[in-house]
Design a protein around this ligand. Structure first.
Ligand SMILES: NC(=O)c1ccc[n+]([C@@H]2O[C@H](COP(=O)([O-])OP(=O)(O)OC[C@H]3O[C@@H](n4cnc5c(N)ncnc54)[C@H](O)[C@@H]3O)[C@@H](O)[C@H]2O)c1
Length: 444
């Protein structure tokens, strides 16, 4: 596909900005790098790389020779001479861990001054890693104040996170895992779509805050994977188990292990395996005097999620609660370590009036398979079970959906608009009943 060449200014000539400058010049765009550090500016403008990174010296030399790449400390001139400005300045941690936005604020103020003196439409793209709400709440107000213009009318603003890995940055820039384009209004994305038209991976167009958060989620998850693998490896080594073979086999399961499975925010896990097996691993690690904080944190995190569900019900200020779903997952009447049962115990402790319906448990109870468990282990809960879903919903001010074993039509027929509904299982949007103003999840 024929690509349109743009004039691009890149603020911040560190690892992200230098790679972006060189790669966009390679793709035929005119690039001017901007930095407050005159040494970096002098290096780039003389065709040398300001950072050490594979393939970067060749690409920068190429851009320089083709007269497609320059650098300056003059932000106003850079905005004037470009169509798009990318903000790639650093966002380091302050001593207390808080994100230091001072470089982003300064760069936006400089770009804003440039916009004030420019008549033509301009696009500002934030590329630094920013917490959700920063583009909307920090960058846009500074750009507007410094320019005296309105975002969305006089200039566009987008957020486009960077997913490159240092050492592999050029390869990752040309083939990122995905491209995420965030905006208030998708019409602001037109130039970015063209600029990235050659990118082979999938592009997602979304809101500013989703785009900002995807970057943090990606990094947090990568870090979690490393820490998890290292803890598993540590345990394996102490147990005399070949951890490489374990993880090689583990990673070939793209159905449950390396996949989107279990990654949708919803309710706590439970059942007869996950909690028990985590406890066994944790206990064995303690016997070996190993400290495995990630693995040890999983069960407390899960318990905290049940507490969040309780807090959500308490917040409604109602007393009559109907729970749909009692077993840990639809299609089973297994109540062992069901987080729904944990939630019920907490609700009863807080004095709520409770009725419960569960298709599978009622059926299992009739067949006698879980009768003994209900009668002996949770008799107080057994007495709250009703056989008809309508009975439970009709009597409730707050309805908690704790099973996927109910269809949308059934819910639409029984739920009343004034009822508070807490959907723990996170029905897919298409499967949720509409027209219920108080329908919500606890983490979505
Ligand atoms: N390094 C990575 O692998 C990577 C990957 C993805 C995202 N990020 C994110 O991208 C951003 C940049 O990271 P980096 O590693 O390239 O940072 P860096 O510290 O290497 O470079 C930042 C550059 O910005 C310059 N700068 C500061 N204030 C400026 C201003 N007002 N105008 C112009 N230039 C200014 C600095 O002089 C420096 O050269 C950060 O938010 C980071 O979290 C980094």
């Amino acid at each position: 596909m024929e690509t349109v060449a743009y004039s691009v200014s890149i603020f911040g000539l560190g690892y992200v900005g230098s790679v972006m400058a060189a790669c966009l010049a390679h793709k035929g765009n005119r690039v001017v790098g901007v930095d407050v550090n005159p040494t970096k500016v002098a290096m780039l403008s003389s065709g040398r790389s300001p950072i050490l990174e594979n393939r970067l010296p060749e690409l920068i030399a190429e851009g320089h020779q083709a007269c497609r790449m320059d650098a300056t400390t003059d932000a106003i001139a850079a905005v004037r001479d470009s169509d798009i400005s990318f903000v790639c300045v650093g966002t380091p941690s302050l001593r207390n861990g808080k994100l230091d936005l001072s470089h982003v604020e300064h760069a936006c103020a400089e770009i804003g001054k440039g916009l004030a003196r420019k008549a033509a439409h301009h696009l500002v793209v934030l590329r630094s890693t920013l917490l959700p709400g920063t583009t909307e709440g920090v960058a846009i107000p500074i750009l507007e104040a410094a320019s005296g213009k309105r975002a969305g009318e006089d200039f566009g603003v987008c957020y486009n996170p960077e997913f490159m890995r240092e050492g592999n940055a050029v390869v990752d820039f040309f083939a990122p895992p995905y491209t995420v384009l965030g905006s208030r209004d998708s019409k602001d994305l037109a130039a970015l779509r063209e600029l990235y038209s050659w990118v082979p991976s999938k592009t997602f167009e979304t809101s500013l805050s989703v785009a900002e958060m995807v970057k943090y989620v990606s990094n947090a998850y990568h870090a979690l994977k490393v820490a998890f693998a290292n803890e598993i490896g540590t345990l394996c080594k102490q147990l005399g188990v070949d951890s490489e073979s374990v993880m090689e086999i583990f990673a070939t399961d793209t159905k449950l292990n390396i996949s989107g499975a279990y990654l949708m925010p919803g309710f706590a896990f439970g059942g007869s395996c996950l909690p028990k097996d985590l406890r066994a691993l944790g206990y064995r690690a303690k016997e070996l005097d190993l400290c495995l904080p990630v693995i040890e944190a999983i069960l407390p995190s899960n318990r905290e999620h049940v507490e969040r569900a309780l807090a959500a019900v308490l917040q409604m200020g109602k007393r009559k609660v109907g729970l749909l779903g009692l077993s840990f997952k639809a299609g089973t009447d297994d109540l062992r370590e069901s987080p729904q049962v944990q939630l019920i115990k907490r609700l009863l402790g807080e004095g709520f009036e409770l009725c419960i319906w569960d298709r599978d448990v009622s059926m299992g109870r009739l067949m006698g398979s879980n009768r003994q468990f209900i009668e002996e282990v949770i008799p107080h809960i057994g007495s709250l079970l009703r056989t008809q879903l309508e009975q439970v919903v009709n009597a409730a001010e707050v309805v908690i959906i704790g099973t996927t074993a109910i269809d949308k039509d059934t819910l639409v027929a029984v739920l009343r608009p004034e009822q508070f509904v807490i959907d723990l299982v996170n029905f897919k949007k298409l499967l949720r009943p509409e027209g219920l103003p108080f329908y919500q999840g606890i983490c979505w």
